[in-house]
Each structure stands twice: as structure tokens, then as C-alpha cells.
Design a protein. Structure first.
Length: 445
């Protein structure tokens, strides 16, 4: 998108979020792998604004830390309304000359393309203020004059029955020149039941002065959905997941059942990959081309090369990297491990904190025992090595190139190249009559 040289983006994110009923600040609640505020910031960042300012309040230290380097911050310690929140940004906008785009931090679905359209609309109409509207369930009602121009903004609590029937509502997104914004806010008082300074008051002031106030309708009303409760959060997540899956499918990915597929916003998937139902793919995960993710898999912060096959019911935990053609099967868990091309672990195995060479394989029930109650240790399996069924590799340990480990072995020492390792007990004992003495109730009649 083209850079807008005279634009500042101001995100209001200081609300208490009491309806979320949470110990976590509302704007930090996760939505498809990122905090709510990230999505609004990302839309603003895409505009190439000169300044990006976030007004913070509740849990401000955590919000600042989470988004450090992405924005400037202004503090609103007392919640005295949206207009008051804007005024707190004055120091961070000092010396700036141009338009200010005001967004809400709990509006995660608004697209950068919509905001670009809003900027162009202001230039085309020479408007003093542009308001973004949509048919959404919010209290700010936009009342138009007979000629279609905006007449006023009415809060639902003050509206007449006829006004309550108006579907077009105020999203809370405004575009206005900075100096004009401060001039209007200087005229707004807190003489109302809540004792707050409302940003909507600038509309009345501008209309009274005969200024040009324009309204731009959303092409997709879902972009105007704000998140105030966990019900809203779930609705927004469903809409965002649909966007993500549509984008992937249009790019050549097969999603067998979108209704049961959960993919985070930062996940990348290559062409001709097939994702079966009930899969969850999270975080900074990248999946190559031609992969097959079978049903009921969970993938977290992992990297898969081309032609990888996993599942069904496999779990890739953070830090996993799978090379080309790797096959991970039923109920296999891999964590913080690098598996080179062609590695196979087809069922019921755990590979944790391991470096596995090309073409190595793990039999059913093989486990890298990486934790000794004090710390994690790594296992190294060289190319071509074969690990038999029900083998325990007690880390730190290395298995040599083309080595083999017999089924049922527990390996505590490094295995040389080309060797067969056996770690079984040599004496198999039989205790005669044990079942009759210890389990008489199970004796066959």
C-alpha cells in the first residue's frame, strides 16, 4: 500500500473491559494467535503512517511491554470518555501536522483496505471529518437528513423509537485533521450524566459550524464488530478464522472441513497441502507444499518442509522442524526437535529435544527420555539409524550413523556407528503359580 505522509493513527486501548470479566486487559486477550490490539495495530501499520500512538490504561505496563517498538504510548489513568482519551495523546502527536485516524483497540476485524478507502474518500469529498459506519449492534445511531447528509449522532439511551429503528451505526472510527480535532475537543465539556468527554461531541460542533461531515459505509459490516465480552471474542474469532481459511484455500490449500479447522493468523501453508478435519495449527507455524495434515492434529510454532505427512492425532509442539518427506504418524508427539529429510516415526512415540539425521526411523513406543527432574537434555540420532519398538533413549545420548537399537532396549550410553545396541535384561524369570496365589479371582473356571 502507498505511504500516506501526513497521517497519524491513534488507537484507543485504555478501557477497563469489565464485561470481559477477566484479570487480563481486554486488548491482550488472544484472537487467532495474536492479542486483540495486534490486529488493530496491524491495520494501522499497513497505512504507513508517520506516527502510531496507542492510548493505554488498564494493565498499561503489560500492554506497553507487549507492543514495545511498534507504537508510541499515551496514558489515560482516569476513564473519562473517548474524547478525554484522545486528549491524552497530545504530547505524542506534538509537532505532527496532518490527518489523525482514530481507531478502537477492540476493533480487530477492520481491514487496512477499508481504512485506505476512508483516506481516499476524505480527499475526494474534501470532508473535514469522515466517520465509518455499518449495520452493527452499537449504541451510536447515525441520523441522516432527508438529503442523505448526516444530521446528528444519537446515543441509543437518548434515541426516540424511530431513531432506534435506524440500522446504520457509528463504528467509532474517525478521520479528521489534527488541529481541527484539538479545536473541537477544546469546546467539549463533561456536562453529562457520566461526567465524561465524548469524542462524538465533535460531530455536533462541526455540523453547527457548517463544516463538511461525511459518512463512509462499510462494505462488510463484520469489520465494525467490537469486542466487549467473551461472546464477542468468539464471534470475532470465527469471522477471522473464515478469512484465514478462505485466503489459504484461494492460494491452493485444501481444507477438507473449514468448520472444524482452526488456523492462526500468522500460519503459512504451501500449495497442494491437505488439511483434514479437527486440526489446530497455531502460532508462527509454516507448512510447505504438498503436505498432508491428517485429522485431529495439533501443530504449534513449528516448521514443516515440503511433502511432510503427519497424523492422524499427532502433536507437534513448539520448536519442531520437520525436513522434506518426514512422516509422523498416529499419536506421535514431537517437541523442540529437528528431524531431517525422510525421518519416520509412525505411531505412539515421543521425540523431545532431539536432533535426528536424514532417513532415521523410530519404532512404535520409542521415547527420548529428555528430563532428569533437573533439566532437559538432548538426544542425537545420526542419519540412517533405526530405533526399535519400545526403546528408551536416556538423554544426553547419541546414536551413531546407521546404528540399530533392538526393541525393548533402554540406552544410556552413546551407540557407535554401524552397531547394534541391546539394552535388555538377559535373564527372563518365570514365577510358577504366581497368578493362582496373587489373583485367584481371575483364575479361569
Amino acid at each position: 500500500m502507498s505511504r500516506i505522509p501526513s497521517l497519524a493513527v491513534l488507537v484507543l486501548a485504555a478501557g477497563q473491559g469489565t464485561r470481559m470479566r477477566s484479570r487480563l486487559a481486554k486488548v491482550l486477550h488472544p484472537l487467532c494467535g495474536r492479542p486483540l490490539l495486534h490486529h488493530t495495530l496491524a491495520a494501522g501499520e499497513a497505512l504507513g503512517a508517520e506516527r502510531l500512538v496507542v492510548v493505554v490504561g488498564r494493565d498499561s505496563d503489560n500492554v506497553r511491554q507487549r507492543f514495545a517498538g511498534r507504537a508510541r504510548f499515551a496514558q489515560q489513568d482516569q476513564q473519562l470518555g473517548t474524547g478525554h482519551a484522545v486528549l491524552q495523546s497530545e504530547a505524542e502527536l506534538a509537532g505532527f501536522s496532518g490527518d489523525v485516524l482514530v481507531l478502537n483497540g477492540d476493533l480487530p476485524l477492520v481491514r487496512a483496505e477499508t481504512l485506505e478507502r476512508m483516506l481516499a474518500f476524505k480527499q475526494e469529498t474534501a470532508a473535514d471529518l469522515v466517520i465509518l459506519s455499518g449495520e452493527i449492534d452499537v449504541p451510536g445511531i447515525l441520523v441522516r437528513a432527508p438529503d442523505g447528509a448526516l444530521a446528528r449522532v444519537v446515543e441509543a439511551t437518548d434515541a426516540t423509537p424511530a431513531e432506534l429503528a435506524i440500522a446504520e451505526r457509528n463504528t467509532g472510527v474517525y478521520l479528521i485533521e489534527r488541529d481541527l480535532l484539538w479545536k473541537c475537543l477544546a469546546q467539549v465539556d463533561a456536562e453529562n450524566a457520566q461526567g465524561e468527554i465524548y469524542l462524538t461531541s465533535i460531530v455536533e460542533i462541526l455540523l453547527a459550524e457548517g463544516r463538511r461531515v461525511e459518512v463512509l459505509r462499510l462494505q462488510d459490516d463484520s469489520e465494525g464488530i467490537g469486542v466487549n465480552t467473551r461472546v464477542d471474542l468468539a464471534e470475532a474469532a470465527a469471522l477471522m478464522r473464515a478469512r484465514i481459511l478462505n485466503r489459504l484455500m484461494l492460494a491452493g490449500v485444501t481444507v477438507v472441513d473449514p468448520a472444524t479447522t482452526y488456523i492462526d493468523v500468522d500460519v503459512e501453508v504451501g500449495q497442494d497441502t491437505v488439511i483434514e478435519p479437527n486440526c489446530v495449527i497455531q502460532g508462527q507455524t509454516s507448512i510447505g507444499e504438498g503436505c498432508h495434515v491428517k485429522a485431529n492434529c495439533v501443530i504449534e510454532d513449528s516448521s514443516l518442509a515440503n511433502d511432510v505427512e503427519i497424523g492422524p492425532s499427532a502433536h507437534l509442539r513448539p520448536g519442531t522442524s520437520l525436513g522434506e518427506g518426514v512422516r509422523i504418524g498416529n499419536y506421535v508427539e514431537v517437541k523442540n526437535s529437528q528431524l531431517a529429510a525422510g525421518v519416520k516415526a509412525d505411531h505412539l512415540s515421543y521425540i523431545g529435544d532431539a536432533d535426528v539425521g536424514e532417513g532415521a526411523s523410530f519404532g512404535c513406543g520409542a521415547i527420548t527420555v529428555n528430563y532428569d527432574w533437573r533439566g532437559k537434555h538432548r538426544t542425537r540420532v545420526a542419519p540412517g539409524a533405526v530405533v526399535g519398538c519400545n526403546v528408551n533413549l536416556i538423554a544426553p545420548v547419541s546414536v551413531g550413523r546407521n546404528a540399530a537399537i533392538a526393541a525393548g532396549s533402554t540406552i544410556t550410553k552413546d551407540v557407535p556407528d554401524d552397531s547394534l545396541a541391546l539394552g535388555r535384561s538377559r535373564d527372563q524369570k518365570h514365577v510358577a503359580g504366581w497368578s493362582r496365589r496373587k489373583r485367584p479371582e481371575d483364575k479361569l473356571k
